[in-house]
Design a binder for this molecule. Structure first.
Ligand SMILES: [Zn+2]
Length: 214
């Protein structure tokens, strides 16, 4: 086992859930305040799109706009907090071995893929996230359409205002950890994009763990 994998297995507390999400697939889970979610890049260069909703009031969901504004940063990483559309804290990022994520709200959808690549009917994160939370009574229209936090998504912003999607810098065993600040529903999409460098042109599996801090 590689050293990075061993580090990914090591948590400060007790693991209560450990699951591999296959390539292009999704998963939904709940977290109570204080519970931690670790997302592990198993092979490297894979993005996980996440959406966060208050379990008590799913309409109060993640806002990347308020998250960026309240953290005074476009580069959301360890030490920052995910905020909802009503500025309620949903989760703190307590570890991030990559340090490059996207909180632009952009992610892959059938419509976006059609416009960007002229390819219809692609597997995409928006549909995945809707499927991930369907079992919790969440309808697709309740999934925020422009407010995802994309772990390890590497978008550059150039001085002239243009941006570009580059391959993730994450390596096998890299991970990001969130600690819930409220009861939350979390949708996870192992990004199925293979039409650009988002996942370096190949969708791969990811691993998720829930643990209680010791
Ligand atoms: Zn995606």
């Amino acid at each position: 086992m590689a050293k990075a994998d061993q580090q990914a297995d090591r948590v400060d507390g007790e693991i209560t859930f450990d699951h591999v999400i296959p390539a292009k697939e999704c998963y939904g889970l709940t977290l109570a305040p204080g519970q931690r979610l670790r997302i592990i890049d198993i092979e490297g260069q894979q993005v996980m799109d996440t959406v966060w909703l208050s379990a008590a009031d799913p309409a109060d969901h993640l806002s990347v706009m308020w998250t960026n504004f309240l953290n005074k940063s476009w580069k959301i990483t360890k030490g920052h907090t995910l905020y909802s559309i009503r500025c309620n804290p949903l989760a703190d990022i307590v570890e991030d071995t990559v340090g490059i994520n996207s909180s632009t709200g952009s992610y892959c959808s059938e419509a976006a893929n059609r416009v960007r690549f002229d390819v219809p009917h692609t597997r995409n994160c928006y549909d995945n996230l809707a499927n991930a939370l369907a079992g919790f009574g969440i309808e697709k229209r309740q999934i925020p359409e422009a407010s995802q936090f994309c772990a390890f998504l590497n978008i550059t912003y150039d001085e002239d205002g243009t941006h570009e999607v580059l391959p993730p810098t994450s390596k096998a065993g890299d991970h990001i950890d969130f600690e819930a600040r409220a009861d939350v529903l979390v949708g996870l999409s192992c990004c199925p994009q293979e039409l650009n460098a988002c996942n370096n042109f190949k969708a791969k599996p990811m691993r998720v763990m829930v643990y209680e801090k010791g």
